[in-house]
Write a protein that binds this ligand. Structure first.
Ligand SMILES: O=C(O)c1cccc(C(=O)CC[C@H]2O[C@@H](n3cnc4c(=O)[nH]cnc43)[C@H](O)[C@@H]2O)c1
Length: 218
């Protein structure tokens, strides 16, 4: 059995409801994809996600890593699905009177990790109506108009914001394992309105996406 063309795939979510949504999606496909997939809830935020990913990758051989969960949409509606062409640590750097200075410009490495093109192509082919583009990893959920404008000006092609992708990507890159990030949209990125978050819709979208991925799998 394999999944997405790989014998052993690690899926890292942030929280248990996301993990359960992924497992529901896999079993909903009625195929034995679960045997090729390990799903781990690694915690919220980049640090927890990186540590959990590194811990699980050290347990044995994995051929691909997916960061999966809900996220804020940038031009993508609630319930929509996004796949990252890159996972970007959007607030890793320095603030200044002239604006944000990113890690790359500071000379401390890179805040952009490209995802694996073959995994992006496989996910995009399997899941209908996927929006592809950079997915931003932030430490603080964007919650003001000014913050939203700043972010979208710096990353005009971004399709979503979440809190773990760059951490999972960093651990996968250090282990030399192909990586991709998938986010289903629970809320628009913008001025904070927690009552408008539709977590149930996004979790349902997450299940459906993994059902599609599992059906693709021979
Ligand atoms: O309350 C629940 O039932 C519940 C179920 C699943 C997930 C949650 C979370 O709150 C998970 C936090 C998770 O969400 C991501 N996220 C979602 N929207 C955004 C956003 O606009 N900006 C940044 N992150 C977002 C994030 O990756 C968190 O890990 C609750």
């Amino acid at each position: 059995m394999n999944f997405l063309g790989h014998r052993r795939v690690l899926v890292v979510t942030a929280v248990e409801p996301e993990r359960q949504a992924v497992l529901r999606g896999l079993s909903g496909a009625g195929v034995a994809a679960e045997s090729a997939v390990m799903v781990e809830a690694g915690g919220v935020g980049s640090a927890a996600a990186a540590a959990a990913t590194a811990r699980v990758l050290a347990l044995g051989r994995f051929d691909a890593v997916l960061s999966a969960g809900i996220g804020g949409g940038i031009g993508v509606p609630i319930g929509g699905t996004t796949v990252a062409t890159a996972s970007i640590a959007a607030d890793l750097g320095a603030d200044s009177p002239d604006g944000f200075i990113g890690l790359d410009e500071l000379g401390f490495g890179t805040a952009t990790l490209a995802t694996d093109p073959e995994l992006v192509a496989a996910v995009t082919a399997a899941v209908p109506h996927v929006a592809t583009g950079p997915v931003l990893t932030v430490s603080t959920v964007t919650g003001t108009l000014a913050g939203t404008r700043d972010l979208t000006a710096r990353y005009p092609d971004a399709v979503a914001e979440a809190m773990e992708g760059f951490g999972v990507a960093t651990a996968a890159a250090q282990a030399g394992v192909p990586f991709v990030e998938l986010r289903t949209i629970s809320n628009p990125v913008g001025p904070r309105d927690r009552d408008a978050w539709r977590i149930g819709d996004a979790l349902e979208g997450l299940s459906e996406a993994f059902t599609c991925l599992a059906k693709l799998t021979p």
